[in-house]
Design a protein around this ligand. Structure first.
Ligand code: ADP
Length: 163
C-alpha cells in the first residue's frame, strides 16, 4: 500500500517571500503534498493578520491540489499528526538559523517520536532573505519587488504608503 507523503511547512509567513516559495517548490519534488501552516501566535504580533497572511500565500501559490494552506495554534506536532503528516519541513539559511532550529526539532522529536523534521538549504539567491528584512526595507520605502510575489509587494505598499 502506498501512502501519501505529506509534510507540514510551518512558519510565521509575515509575509511570504520568494525564499519561502523556493522551499515549497523544492519540497513538492520530495513530498506528495505540503501543508503550509501559518502559526497563529497571539503574543507575537506581526505586520499582517493571520487571515491576511493566508490570503497572500493562497494568491502566491495559486491553485495546486498538492498544496494546502492552514493555520495552527498549540503544539505543532499535534497539528502535524492531525494533518496525516509525519514530517515538518523547515528551511535553513545561515548558521544563525541552526541553533534555534536544532532546539525546536529536538523538542518536537521528544514530544512525538514519530514526527521528523527535515531541513532544506536555502537556494543561493535567497540566503539573506527573510520576512523581517523585507518589512524593514519596505517600511523605508525601499524596493522589494524582487524579493516577494506581486500581491505581497502591493500589500506592503498599502501598509507603508510612500512618504
Ligand atoms: P518562523 O517565525 O517560524 O521562523 P518564517 O516565516 O520566518 O517563520 O520562516 C518559516 C520557515 O521558512 C523557516 O524554517 C525559515 O528558516 C524558512 N525560510 C524563511 N526564509 C527562507 C529563505 N530565504 N530560504 C530558506 N528558508 C527560508
Amino acid at each position: 500500500m502506498s501512502q501519501k507523503r505529506i509534510a507540514v511547512y510551518p512558519g510565521s509567513f509575515d509575509p511570504i517571500t520568494y525564499g519561502h516559495l523556493d522551499i515549497i517548490e523544492r519540497g513538492l519534488e520530495v513530498f506528495d503534498e505540503i501543508v503550509i501552516a501559518v502559526a497563529n501566535n497571539i503574543e507575537k504580533k506581526g505586520l499582517f493578520t493571520t487571515d491576511e497572511r493566508i490570503a497572500l500565500i493562497r494568491e502566491a501559490v495559486g491553485d495546486n491540489p498538492r498544496l494546502r494552506v492552514g493555520t495552527f495554534e498549540g503544539l505543532l506536532v499535534d497539528y502535524v499528526l492531525a494533518q496525516g503528516a509525519r514530517v515538518i519541513l523547515r528551511g535553513l539559511r545561515a548558521v544563525s538559523d541552526f541553533e534555534y532550529e536544532f532546539q525546536i526539532a529536538q523538542m518536537n522529536h521528544n514530544l512525538r517520536r514519530e514526527v521528523e523534521t527535515l531541513f532544506m538549504m536555502t537556494s543561493v539567491p535567497y540566503g539573506y532573505l527573510s520576512s523581517s528584512i523585507v518589512k524593514e526595507v519596505a517600511s523605508l520605502n525601499g524596493p522589494v519587488e524582487s524579493l516577494v510575489p506581486p500581491a505581497v509587494h502591493q500589500a506592503l505598499i498599502d501598509k507603508f504608503p510612500r512618504h
